[in-house]
Design a protein around this ligand. Structure first.
Ligand code: KG4
Ligand code: ZN
Length: 342
């Protein structure tokens, strides 16, 4: 099917045109980061207003880039949640309006299922797989047995890993969002320079906790009585990144042992991280795993990633009604499992 997909869950207004849940004809992502950076984080009300301004031009751009019109579109997929309610409403309302005007089927997609299934846009993705989602709002491990067959195995009990990166970047005066910058500085630093804690590493669960790591950075800065510069800053970033990567890799290895699956997907904005990519590749090589990392453009928020689940649902004859609501919180284990899906 030729689908138009729409994503507005946070601070990116995005639309894409994708054929058969595989071939991306266009993917437009308009980021509001520069607007929110001034406030050190996303301001929900500003995000909603910006989505309202941008949604029509972004959809038009996606159709133009794909060389199609609304008349060619056969269905729609839209992020229903989780995310900022006011922001989600803009995308869900736009999808409903087009569906109503054009008599098209549409389906609400879970933002995280979008991230998890994104690798299917670039290569054959085989089920079952273990999914690690690392983003600004999520650090979750899932067993994925098929489209709409998700079981949560572990999750962060406080800050998400992207949040920990952003808060640490803020402490270091690196601006918002600082994950990519810490990653860049870490490349030339010594990861053994500072021994930061590895939270929950030996608690036997598959859960994560990152707020203590950020506090450890704060304590270190207070002891030093200044924000390090140059090589010392690079060492701090490398040491922070080493702690994050070790926890993520060891918990992922434990989940692989528990589930006995042989494929691993690492997705979400933090999946761009160079240290994490290297560490996960080493884990995959050691354990003889098939490892899927989306390309960087498909790691961060985008609309194309929604097309995999949306296409599977719509092709199987499963679609939502106009009473579909946007939801700020939505557990992946509760995503509807249409009987029709393979
Ligand atoms: O998936 P995403 O675009 O949005 C959410 O759904 O949250 O993830 C954004 C997060 C931010 O916290 C950002 O700092 C982080 O991903 N991020 C990185 C890197 N690139 C983006 N964190 C660490 N290293 C990176 N290279
Ligand atoms: Zn995301």
């Amino acid at each position: 099917m030729l689908l138009l997909t729409i994503e507005t869950s946070c601070d990116e207004t995005a639309a894409a045109v994708v054929r058969d849940g595989q071939q991306i004809l266009s993917s437009v992502v308009s980021s509001q980061i520069a607007i929110h950076a001034e406030y050190g984080g996303v301001v929900p009300e500003i995000a909603s207003r910006k989505h309202l301004e941008l949604i029509s031009p972004v959809i038009k751009q996606a159709l133009d880039d794909a060389g199609v019109t609304c008349a060619d579109i056969e269905g729609l997929g839209v992020t229903r949640g989780p995310g900022l309610l006011g922001a989600l409403l803009v995308g869900v309302s736009a999808a409903k309006a087009i569906a109503l005007a054009r008599s098209l089927p549409f389906v609400g997609v879970h933002h995280i299922e979008g991230h998890l299934l994104a690798p299917a846009l670039e290569q054959q993705l085989e089920f079952p797989f273990l999914g690690l989602v690392v983003s600004g709002g999520h650090t979750h491990l899932y067993l994925v047995e098929g489209v709409r067959r998700y079981t949560t195995l572990g999750r962060t009990i406080d800050d998400a890993v992207g949040e920990a990166y952003d808060k640490t970047a803020n402490l270091l005066g690196l601006g918002y969002p600082g994950g990519a910058l810490i990653d860049k500085l870490a490349k030339t630093g010594n990861p053994l320079a500072i021994k930061f804690p590895r939270p929950l590493l030996h608690d036997g669960s598959l859960n994560f906790s990152f707020s203590g790591l950020k506090t450890a950075v704060l304590t270190h800065l207070k002891k030093q009585q200044e924000i390090p510069q140059g090589a010392a800053l690079n060492d701090l970033c490398a040491s922070f990144q080493a702690a994050v990567c070790e926890v993520l890799c060891k918990k992922t290895a434990a989940a692989l042992q528990k589930t006995d699956v042989k494929s691993l997907v690492v997705a979400g904005g933090v999946a761009c991280n160079s240290g994490l990519r290297t560490a996960m590749q080493q884990l995959a090589d050691r354990s003889n795993l098939k490892l899927y990392f989306p390309s960087p453009s498909l790691c961060g928020d985008n609309a194309a990633m929604l097309a995999v689940a949306a296409d599977a649902c719509l092709t199987a004859g499963y679609f939502d009604g106009f009473d579909l609501d946007a939801v700020a919180t939505w557990n992946m284990d509760q995503v509807v499992k249409p009987e029709l899906l393979p």
